[in-house]
Design a protein around this ligand. Structure first.
Ligand SMILES: *Cc1c(COP(=O)(O)O)cnc(C)c1O
Length: 372
């Protein structure tokens, strides 16, 4: 036996998360100029970062010799005011992925189980498997979560249900009514994680009153992030909102300085930049129309999306989908293949700036013409 053989079987079985291909990697592989590459693979904000947040982070660089405020006092105060929750209900994370991980570490153990949907965010199975707990993937319905089936899939061992709404990579949304019905019916000894990473991209009419539900359901954990509409994916800040008892347990297992000083300042400032959020929202709506109009004209099948990305289907065998992906790469456009999401016919593209979307659409035309 060597050392690594002593690592638990469930650790050795983990398939690493595959992120979108970085620009620098594509440039190296294909000998392309980095400035010519368009990355639409990780649902990042094409407008970049809020200029106010950028300035604040630049100033904060002077203090990087000091540890950050491990309690995140200022950011929590701002979030508490914004969302009308007690600071004791907030868990700050190194991205909301960190919050998902904390939930798994608090509520799961080997033998316990967690329920999530087929085609749901890849981090759920990952954090479940890291604990050695069992993941129960419930077949999707029209690519969306089948909430009644997820309810039925809950076993006595189940401690967490993950719901992504909108979901990534499908962009599907569970209706407010269905979500509320789910909360009313699910046992109070199961934590329901509502992953709302794309909440700010929802039109007002589609936004569920999930924050209000916190008062009613002590087993609800809402997760949000600064990575998407706030444009801070690189500095890693997300947060969870839950009953104080749940938040308290989660805060005990987090690393004392899990959010960096730059991240804290960036998030605090970005939260105040309503203009940037509004601009990002509007750009996304326009870009979504630009892509869906074009898909319809070309007869490309796509899954209507509520996020800042859209998944579309390449006709024919799955080999065609990979050919299109590769052709896009050669043309300097990075999108995301969805084989690991059990969607081998689909590619996911992030909504970019108008010119980036145009570049993607033209490259897609070229890629598809190469299939005939
Ligand atoms: C992008 C995304 C997140 C956010 O991840 P961070 O760790 O906050 O960057 C969370 N959930 C889903 C479904 C996502 O797509």
């Amino acid at each position: 036996m060597n050392l690594c053989d002593f690592a638990p079987e469930y650790i050795r079985a983990i398939q690493p998360y595959q992120p979108g291909k970085p620009i620098s990697e594509l440039a190296r592989e294909f000998g392309l100029d980095e400035s010519h590459i368009v990355k639409l693979a990780s649902n990042e904000n094409p407008l970049g970062t809020s200029p106010l947040a950028l300035d604040a982070m630049m100033s904060a660089l002077h203090d990087t010799a000091l540890y950050p405020d491990g309690s995140g006092y200022e950011l929590k105060s701002a979030l508490s005011k914004r969302y009308d929750v007690d600071p004791g209900q907030i868990i700050l994370g190194n991205g909301s992925n960190d919050v998902l991980d904390l939930a798994a570490r608090v509520f799961l153990k080997p033998g316990a189980a967690a329920v999530y949907s087929q085609h749901a965010f890849a981090v759920y199975p990952l954090v479940v498997q890291m604990i050695g707990a069992n993941g129960i993937a419930v077949p999707a319905r029209d690519y969306g979560h089948d909430l009644p089936a997820m309810l039925d899939a809950i076993t006595p061992e189940t401690r967490i249900v993950f719901i992504a709404s909108p979901n990534n990579p499908t962009g599907t949304l569970s209706s407010k009514e269905d979500l509320l019905r789910f909360m009313e019916r699910v046992s109070r000894d199961v934590l329901v994680v509502m992953d709302e990473a794309y909440y700010e991209y929802l039109p007002e009419v589609n936004k569920p009153d999930s924050l209000k539900w916190l008062q009613q359901f002590p087993n609800l954990l809402i997760t949000r992030t600064f990575s998407k509409v706030y444009g801070l994916a690189g500095v890693r800040v997300g947060f969870g909102l839950a009953h104080p008892d749940v938040a308290n347990l989660m805060n005990r297992v987090r690393q004392p300085f899990n959010v960096s000083s730059i991240g804290l300042v960036g998030a605090l400032t970005a939260l105040k930049d309503a203009e940037f959020v509004q601009r990002s929202y509007a750009l996304n709506r326009a870009g979504m129309l630009q892509l869906t109009d074009n898909f319809r004209k070309k007869g490309i099948d796509y899954i209507p999306s509520y996020g800042n990305f859209i998944s579309f289907r390449v006709k024919g065998e799955t080999a065609n989908t990979l050919k299109v992906y590769q052709s896009l790469l050669r043309q300097g456009v990075i999108v995301r293949p969805l084989g690991i999401y059990e969607m081998p016919h689909h590619l996911r593209v992030t909504i970019g700036l108008e010119a980036q979307n145009q570049r993607f659409l033209e490259s897609l035309d070229h890629a598809l013409s190469g299939l005939d």
